[in-house]
Design a protein around this ligand. Structure first.
Ligand SMILES: [Zn+2]
Length: 236
């Protein structure tokens, strides 16, 4: 009789132990630290969406790198003739009419030759023009802020052509080279350079853009009118 009771008590003790162990194992499994969630990938679409929200779309259009021209906004780096960074970040804004033309030219040249456009400078806020002038107060190289540049209106663009690998076509000089070799009328000894410059000129002029005498890379749209602007884009 006592033996039977002892055996049952033993069984109950074992049963209790098993329940306690199970309970702890369940508890500990629920307390496992959750794995850190993977970093949120900011998609290009998100960036574009974010940027579209932070400027006045009735006044400006942003040229986005994705499927569009390459951006090499030199004044957002110190890789420019002033050796100083002028813009806080690299973004390319143009007045909508000019932006439409640039995107069209880029698509056309891509379809026809497999080439593309590369943009060095777009809209340049007047405070940035002042900054350039403060560093290089020489009207031969920088338009005086009081006079104002077509860039300050968002109606000028500095650009070149790139091949299907994104390599710049040889235009004979670097961007922002100040010398007669950069002049539009300069006859470069290399026929390839002459051909490349002619292609850029023909493309731009076919879309109603006009160049200036001293810079092969600069074109502007003079068929629309906008005021000079002090607006500076967001870099957050
Ligand atoms: Zn320019």
């Amino acid at each position: 009789m006592y033996n039977v009771i002892i055996v049952r008590i033993d069984n109950l003790v074992w049963l209790g132990l098993i329940i306690v162990i199970l309970a702890f194992s369940c508890k500990s499994s629920t307390e496992v630290e959750p794995l850190p969630s993977p970093p949120v990938q900011q998609s290009v679409a998100n960036i574009a969406e974010k940027h579209e929200l932070d400027y006045d779309i009735s006044q400006w259009k942003e040229i986005i790198n994705t499927n569009g021209p390459l951006l090499d906004i030199r004044y957002a780096t110190d890789n420019n003739f002033t050796k100083a960074q002028i813009y806080d970040c690299a973004r390319c804004f143009l007045r909508p009419e000019l932006a439409l033309k640039i995107n069209t030219i880029h698509s056309d040249i891509k379809k026809k030759y497999g080439y593309g456009l590369k943009l060095f400078d777009c809209y340049r806020p007047r405070p940035a023009q002042q900054k350039l002038w403060d560093i290089v107060p020489n009207a031969m190289y920088v338009t005086p802020p009081k006079k104002g540049s077509m860039h300050n209106k968002g109606l000028a663009i500095d650009l070149t052509i790139v091949d299907n690998k994104g390599v710049e076509l040889d235009m004979g000089t670097e961007y922002d080279f100040f010398g007669k070799e950069a002049h539009r009328t300069y006859v470069h000894p290399d026929p390839v350079v002459r051909k490349n410059r002619k292609l850029l000129k023909l493309l731009m002029e076919a879309h109603g853009l006009t160049g200036i005498r001293t810079e092969w890379w600069h074109y502007s749209l003079k068929t629309v009118s906008y005021d000079f602007s002090d607006w500076v884009w967001n870099c957050d």
